[in-house]
Ligand binder design. Structure first.
Ligand SMILES: Nc1ncnc2c1ncn2[C@@H]1O[C@H](COP(=O)(O)OP(=O)(O)OP(=O)(O)O)[C@@H](O)[C@H]1O
Ligand SMILES: [Mg+2]
Length: 306
């Protein structure tokens, strides 16, 4: 199949194809990972939900920073690669992004508005997170006085990402103004996202952005943006600091997994139909609450975006 000839690699979620010298085709699969294990059961349309949300955010934030998205229309994939195959094009629809290819900066640009996960761990040990000193006496999941930039080194496969301070970002980016540009863009993107989520009754506790640089030197927001896979979304209605919060999207499947004798090592168990359907419903609900648009409509649009 011609598309296979353009295949570059598979990430945990996306399959990546090279289109010419300067473009990439990112295809989001329906794979679901829980407790860092990719489960054998796919969640139907999950990749479309991730792509639909990213597309929404790219459009809502293009005034803050340029982004890689060129098109989500399968017609824009060169015919030499799709072979005009209608089944292939229907499968790509809604889950693909054609993007400008950039040199990826090896920094996970995390912004936190709340104290959770590795931020909470670091704070308990040091009273600060990635060089950001914080007031004493904060509880787990507390809202921070203001959002903070808490970058991590995007470690090569097989290593764990490692929290770093701003000076290390400068070293990794190779340029101070580029590093400052990433930090400032990440903070502005988080502020915009948190605001839109808040109106939907969702707390954007933290999120991770990736940036790249074009040959021209321009900074570009790449990858996916403010999806359930790259963010902690909490339901504002049940938020209560002083304990860990249920994540909006995956808690349902995590609860089911916790109730089993599974040791959280591969292979994970197959999900029963009702658990897969319940998980899908939560992802769809996140999409609909945040974008204010119907997911059924997203699926049925003949041209998702031009
Ligand atoms: N515009 C772009 N230019 C170059 N690379 C990009 C671009 N957008 C996304 N990427 C890369 O494509 C990959 C997306 O695949 P996916 O999200 O499945 O990967 P991952 O498992 O999260 O990350 P990785 O495989 O890097 O650990 C990421 O490695 C990301 O850095
Ligand atoms: Mg990713």
């Amino acid at each position: 199949m011609p598309l296979a000839s353009a295949f570059v690699r598979s990430g945990k979620v996306r399959d990546i194809y090279q289109i010419g010298d300067d473009k990439l085709l990112l295809v989001a699969s329906d794979r679901l990972s829980a407790f860092d294990v990719i489960l054998p059961t796919a969640i139907a349309d999950k990749g479309r939900i991730l792509t639909g949300l990213s597309r929404f955010w790219f459009s809502e934030t293009s005034d803050i920073v340029a982004n890689h998205l060129l098109s989500t229309d399968p017609e824009d994939v060169p015919a030499s690669l799709t072979g005009g195959d209608l089944v292939l094009m229907a499968d790509l629809r809604g889950r693909m992004m054609l993007g400008r290819r950039a040199e990826v900066l090896p920094v996970e640009c995390v912004v936190r508005g709340y104290l959770s996960g590795s931020g909470w761990t670091d704070y308990q040990a040091t009273g600060s997170v990635c060089g950001n000193a914080l007031p004493s006496g904060l509880r787990e999941s507390d809202r921070l006085p203001e959002p903070i930039f808490t970058p991590a080194w995007k470690a090569p496969a097989g290593h764990h990402d490692e929290n770093i301070d701003f000076e290390r970002v400068v070293e990794l980016a190779g340029d101070r103004s580029l590093a400052a540009g990433m930090r400032d863009a990440a903070l502005a993107l988080y502020a915009r996202g948190a605001d839109i989520c808040e109106r939907a009754g969702i707390i954007l506790a933290d999120t991770k952005f990736e940036f790249g640089v074009l040959p021209s030197g321009e900074l570009l927001l790449i990858d996916e943006v403010m999806t359930p896979d790259s963010s902690r979304f909490w339901d504002a209605g049940t938020y209560e600091p002083g304990r860990a919060q249920a994540s909006y999207d995956k808690q349902f499947v995590r609860d089911w997994l916790e109730a089993r004798a599974w040791t959280k090592t591969p292979p994970g168990p197959e999900l029963p139909d009702d658990v897969a359907a319940g998980t899908r419903a939560r992802y769809i609900e996140a999409y609909e609450r945040i974008t204010g648009a119907s997911f059924a409509r997203y699926l049925s649009e003949d041209v998702i975006a031009r």
